[in-house]
Design a protein around this ligand. Structure first.
Ligand SMILES: CC(C)(COP(=O)(O)OP(=O)(O)OC[C@H]1O[C@@H](n2cnc3c(N)ncnc32)[C@H](O)[C@@H]1OP(=O)(O)O)[C@@H](O)C(=O)NCCC(=O)NCCS
Length: 177
């Protein structure tokens, strides 16, 4: 799969579920404004929930890609597919995370490009959508560099205690290189 200079990206499988869970709980805890799920609700889910998320089936409705530097899982991004007939042309990028000490080295970009590569391989998929919290400049800049375009802002999208954050909705047309 797509790789940067010393970055290898591969699809995670059931054997990666515990490591994936640990990384995502760190993401939800350190960046509550960036994710809609909370650390408390995800920490309470059984390991089987995480195993299902990394189901290796070729037609699974979602997949998670992991970026590796050597044997270390250095970042993750998910891709989900619509099952309804009239929405099957759309896929969604979700759960993008690179630990802070590994950022700025191309891990995020390798993951987004690998997600787009996987979306292109799925028959009938025409575009990928995602949401990013308004003001999350590193993430939005990364998505724009990879071909995503904003198409709207959802106000009051996520509640953070007594506050709310807006979400920028973005899409990438897979027919455009
Ligand atoms: C967003 C995130 C995944 C980026 O990961 P990363 O590994 O640092 O990204 P990369 O090193 O591949 O950088 C990709 C591009 O973004 C740019 N970029 C990186 N950090 C940036 C910053 N702080 N401000 C602006 N641009 C930035 C880089 O210049 C790079 O562009 P280039 O390829 O033209 O040089 C990471 O910051 C992260 O996990 N943040 C916390 C969780 C989060 O916000 N997830 C997204 C939820 S929608």
């Amino acid at each position: 799969m797509n790789s940067g200079s010393n970055i290898q990206v591969r699809r995670l499988g059931p054997g990666d579920a515990a490591t994936y869970r640990t990384l995502m709980l760190e993401a939800y805890e350190r960046h509550p404004e960036a994710f809609t799920s909370s650390v408390a609700e995800r920490a309470s889910l059984p390991l089987s929930w995480w195993e299902a998320r990394v189901n290796p089936d070729a037609n699974a409705h979602e997949m998670v890609l992991g970026a590796y530097k050597g044997s270390r899982l250095s970042g993750v991004a998910g891709l989900s597919f619509e099952s309804r007939e009239k929405a099957r042309h759309k896929a969604h990028l979700f759960g993008m995370y690179v630990p802070s000490n590994l950022r700025g080295g191309g891990v995020g970009k390798s993951l987004v490009l690998a997600v787009l590569e996987q979306a292109r391989k799925r028959p009938g998929v025409r575009l990928v959508q995602l949401t990013v919290t308004q003001g999350n400049a590193p993430a939005q800049a990364l998505y724009e560099r990879c071909g995503f375009v904003p198409f709207g802002v959802e106000p009051f999208a996520v509640a953070l205690g007594a506050d709310f954050v807006s979400k920028v909705h973005m899409w990438c047309d897979l027919r455009v290189d």
